[in-house]
Ligand binder design. Structure first.
Ligand code: ATP
Ligand code: MG
Ligand code: MG
Length: 544
């Protein structure tokens, strides 16, 4: 559609899009879809994109949300051509209001909220005219000026467009344009008390800025009539912007409404807007996802008009796909079980070279991994009485320690309760590097960490924030918080990680071999006490 606009010269100006967030919460992955669309179109067609804060509600907005939005758009890899605020248009919008009143296209209604709602009628019945609908232009102008001057309390009067109280589109039944709010606005303070409603501000802001296509989510479909009406009545005749709708992103196992996300934060269900379980850009970033993965995801899901839910597995696929090609491999043991190599010299530590990337990743690099008499392996890589298909360590069985040696389990040590606390094994010095000169094969290869040199770490295993695809689909009388997944965070305190990661800065991403993708936490990691967040498992395992 935009390509066609450009080909036909429909707007007579470069493609100009806008991304119009309300600064009332942190941006989330739904915004990513809109950002990629609006910034992507401007980039693709050599046009302009405006970052416009749609800040017309003094009660909920805050500068910290403006700052978060700017930081997150930049982190995603986009830059805007202009930073604009709807709150800078209050004067312009007020002039438009006077113009509409003068033209007999708007009036001051002094009914209360409930009377106005009742007068609207229903989808099947027409509305009724307000008793104030036929006020003279002079009376309307006088009241409007006094509303602006702050003479009246909240709710005493509103400005309404004068259109048609029987219009089949309910929104066109004399929509509200301005209302009185004596409140402190985060940018305008208390100097202004006449606030535009969404429909009044949005289309006219687009028109003021010379936007070409105004890309909205589907819930604004019915607003298109008032958008066109206002732009026309106010006098934007030269190829005014037009609105077109697309389906918002709905992602399984999460909620994408700032109001609900704010509740999760305020009620302490998460640690904050940047909790790694949150679908906010800040949370997703702290979880270890890259901007490229987010952009690839947005490209892949595309833009359509039909509402649809997107599977979380689709998002995770793009996250793995991206991390696989960029992050170094290291070894980390989450649930450590001690292995003692009885024939390895006491006190000796050797350094084994291990590649940081597998053969199919075109990146170079390796690290040295210390090896010693005492090691940690993953507890579930050992079974005392293994079933047929278990190829890892068991009594009498030989396995390969990745990048190191073959070891054979000779003895199982237990505590009084019968819990396995140590394995006594022998290693074969001839298998250094992982192959036996005599051609002998082993079926299992497991990861490990030298006990002498291990780094102690806290590992946070994140899972889906909600336990059902649509968190709003709960029984009557409950809300989405009833669907929270109690297992969405499992904290592992005594994990052991190879020492090569010790000097990496917080925010470094890795694959812990055989375990998953992890990132060192940028908030809670301390020198000598790293915290790792699991970004995503290696495979989609949740359903099993
Ligand atoms: P919320 O319910 O989270 O407050 P919103 O639409 O009111 O959503 P805004 O900050 O006003 O949030 O949205 C800014 C832009 O981002 C709008 O153009 C909106 O259409 C778009 N947007 C918001 N949520 C989504 C989503 N889930 N998918 C696609 N676009 C979205
Ligand atoms: Mg909005
Ligand atoms: Mg909103």
């Amino acid at each position: 559609m935009v390509a066609e606009d450009v080909a036909t010269g429909r707007f007579g100006r470069p493609v100009t899009t806008r991304f119009p967030p309300e600064p009332n919460g942190f941006p989330h992955i739904g915004h990513v879809k809109s950002i990629c669309l609006n910034f992507g179109l401007a980039r693709e067609f050599g046009g302009r994109v405006h970052l416009r804060f749609d800040d017309t509600n003094p009660l909920t907005e805050d500068m910290k949300y403006v700052e978060a939005m700017k930081a997150d758009v930049r982190w995603l890899g986009f830059e805007w051509d202009a930073e604009l605020y709807a709150s800078d248009y209050f004067e312009r919008l007020y002039e438009f209001a006077e113009l509409l009143v003068t033209k007999g296209k708007a009036y001051v209604d002094s009914q209360n909220e409930e009377q106005i709602r009742e007068g609207r009628g229903t989808v099947t019945t027409p509305g009724t005219d307000s008793p104030f609908r036929n006020r003279s232009v002079e009376e309307n102008l006088d009241l409007l000026r006094r509303m602006k001057a702050g003479e009246f309390p909240d709710g005493s009067h509103v400005l309404r467009a004068k259109i048609d109280m029987a219009h089949p589109n309910m929104i066109m039944r004399d929509p509200l344009l301005l209302r009185i709010r004596h409140a402190e606005h985060y940018r305008r303070g208390t100097e202004w008390c006449l606030y535009p409603l969404y429909d009044f501000a949005h289309g006219l802001s687009d028109a003021i800025e010379g936007i070409t296509r105004s890309l909205c989510t589907l819930e604004f479909k019915d607003s298109r009539d008032i958008y066109d009406w206002l732009v026309r009545e106010v006098g934007f005749e030269q190829n005014p912007p037009t609105q077109i709708e697309f389906a918002r992103l709905e992602l399984d196992y999460t909620v994408l409404s700032k109001r609900k996300l704010l509740r999760l934060v305020n009620e302490g269900h998460v640690s904050g807007w940047d909790d790694p379980r949150m679908p906010t850009i800040a949370g997703i970033r702290r979880r270890g996802v890259t901007p490229e993965a987010l952009r690839n995801f947005a490209d892949a899901i595309g833009v359509a008009r039909k509402p649809a839910r997107t599977e979380l597995a689709t998002f995770e696929h793009y996250v793995r796909d991206d991390l696989n090609m960029r992050v170094p491999r290291v070894m980390g043991v989450l649930d450590p079980l001690k292995v003692v190599l009885t024939n390895y010299p006491e006190g000796q530590v050797e350094e084994l070279e291990a590649p940081s990337y597998p053969h199919d990743v075109p990146l170079e690099g390796s690290r040295l991994v210390p090896f010693s008499r005492e090691l940690w392996i993953e507890r579930d890589d050992f079974m005392e009485d293994p079933p047929k298909k278990f190829f890892r360590l068991a009594p009498g069985r030989e396995v390969r320690l990745r990048y190191a040696y073959f070891i054979t389990c000779q003895e199982v040590v237990k505590d009084e309760s019968g819990r396995v606390i140590e394995l006594r094994c022998t290693y074969d010095p001839a298998t250094r590097g992982g192959d036996a000169p005599d051609g002998r094969k082993v079926q299992g290869t497991i990861h490990w960490v030298s006990a002498a040199r291990a780094l102690d770490a806290e590992v946070r295993l994140y899972d889906r924030l909600f336990s059902q695809p649509d968190p709003d689909d709960v029984p009557e009388g409950q809300d989405f918080t009833a669907a929270l997944n109690p297992q969405s965070l499992v904290v592992v305190k005594g994990a052991k990680v190879e020492p090569s990661v010790a000097s990496d800065p917080p925010g470094t991403r890795y694959q812990f071999e055989r375990t998953g993708y992890f990132v060192s936490d940028t908030v809670d990691s301390k020198p000598g006490a790293p915290v790792f967040n699991r970004t995503v498992t290696l495979r989609d395992t949740w359903a099993k």
